[in-house]
Each structure stands twice: as structure tokens, then as C-alpha cells.
Design a protein around this ligand. Structure first.
Ligand code: FMN
Length: 202
């Protein structure tokens, strides 16, 4: 039987230059999902992880809108996706649209770090989902303007990204064109993006 793509040995593709928690290396973004649903407990556990993210003034500006496959909301969320993402997201169990508030009540001013805060929340959700053996995959390949109108997102919120979550699948469950990249990728070295002192052009 073909292995699930989450069973790929991440160590073959990724090595950390410094000793970090193994979970951080193990999180990657597979596309192969089985089409099975996830439980309410799994869904809530991932949201709970997102809940505990840090945020500016503890404002928690993120909102996670979601649709489970097979519910009345599914088509609305799924139809926001670009064709490339639709091809593999059809096997997802849940689709999220993450939005974040761009005004900070605590100081009555536009929020400057709201996307940063929502990013931390999604990062928690991704790590928690990975720990639970689920596929968690962020996406910008969707119609942002349509997401805003179709989901009734007010003007003081920005649409950040979509996220697909599902049970792991096998390589046969994704389009042929996506199979070659169905493996963990690597990263630039720290020296390329961390500078002591002033900014340096890379
Ligand atoms: C905000 C965001 C948007 C992304 N958009 C897409 C997308 O539209 N389609 C896709 O297949 N992957 C998408 N990805 C996945 C990235 O390509 C992937 O996270 C990146 O290559 C790093 O690989 P890894 O997550 O496996 O470590 C996105 C990831 C993030 C965080």
C-alpha cells in the first residue's frame, strides 16, 4: 500500500543548523489528503492552540472563519480558491479563512501588528495540527476580495490567508503536476536574513 505523504522521513530533506524542537522541522505543507473528516475535538484543539498565541496589547485580532466539508458553508469557501488549490483541497476536511482586525481599541488607533498577530495564531494552529497527525496547509491562492464580501467581513478586518486541514492522503490523491513537490523543502541560512544591527541588502 502506498504510504501517506506525512510518513515521508522529514530528516531526509531537512536538517537544522542549530538544535531546535523536532516538531518545528516536522511541520511541512503536504497537499495529499484522504477526504476523511476530522472530529470536532480535533478542530477545537487546533483552535485552542491558536487561541494562546501572543498579540499586541493581547488584542487577539484574528478571526478564524471555517467550513467543514459536507456542510452548507463548504461551497462558499471552496469556490474562493484558485484552480490549482481546488485540485487538491477537494480532499480537505476543513477550510479556514483567517481575517484580522486592523484597529486597536486599546489605543484607539489603527493596528500596526495585526497581521503579525494573526500569523502567530496560524503558526500555533499549524504546529498543533501537525502534532495531531493532520495536514495543515496555508494558502494565498484565492480571491481575497470575494472572500471579504462572500463571508461578510467588515472593513475594519483584513483577509490574511486560507488554510486547508485534512487527514493525510497518498500521492495518488493529488494532481500529477503537484507530485514532484510533495516533500518537505528547505530554508535559507540564518545569515541571509538575520543581521546584527542595520539592515543589509541580500
Ligand atoms: C501565507 C501562505 C500562503 C501560501 N499559499 C499557498 C498556496 O496558495 N498554494 C499552495 O499550494 N501552497 C501555499 N503555501 C505553502 C507554502 O508554499 C509553504 O508553506 C512553503 O513552501 C514552505 O514549505 P513548508 O510549509 O512545507 O515548510 C502558502 C503558505 C503560506 C504560509
Amino acid at each position: 500500500m502506498t504510504k501517506k505523504t506525512t510518513e515521508i522521513d522529514v530528516g531526509t530533506f531537512r536538517t537544522a543548523d542549530w538544535p531546535i524542537e523536532s516538531m518545528i522541522l516536522k511541520r511541512w505543507s503536504p497537499r495529499a489528503m484522504s477526504g476523511e473528516s476530522i472530529t470536532d475535538t480535533e478542530l477545537m484543539t487546533m483552535l485552542e492552540a491558536a487561541r494562546w498565541a501572543p498579540s499586541s496589547y493581547n488584542s487577539q485580532p484574528w478571526r478564524f472563519l471555517y467550513a467543514r466539508r459536507g456542510t452548507t458553508h463548504w461551497d462558499t469557501f471552496f469556490n474562493l480558491l484558485g484552480e490549482g488549490n481546488k485540485a487538491w483541497c477537494k480532499h480537505a476536511a476543513v477550510l479556514f479563512v483567517i481575517v484580522t482586525r486592523n484597529f486597536l481599541d486599546a489605543i484607539k488607533q489603527p493596528a500596526v501588528a495585526h497581521m503579525f498577530d494573526a500569523g502567530a495564531a496560524w503558526g500555533n494552529l499549524a504546529l498543533q495540527g501537525t502534532k495531531m497527525g493532520l495536514v495543515v496547509h496555508g494558502m494565498q491562492g484565492f480571491d481575497y476580495a470575494r472572500a471579504k464580501s462572500a463571508l461578510g467581513v467588515p472593513d475594519d478586518f483584513n483577509v490574511c490567508a486560507m488554510v486547508a486541514v485534512g487527514r493525510p492522503g497518498t500521492i495518488e490523491q493529488i494532481p500529477e503536476g503537484a507530485r514532484e513537490r510533495e516533500k518537505p523543502n528547505s530554508r535559507n541560512p540564518i545569515a541571509a536574513w538575520a543581521f546584527e544591527g542595520r539592515f543589509r541588502a541580500g
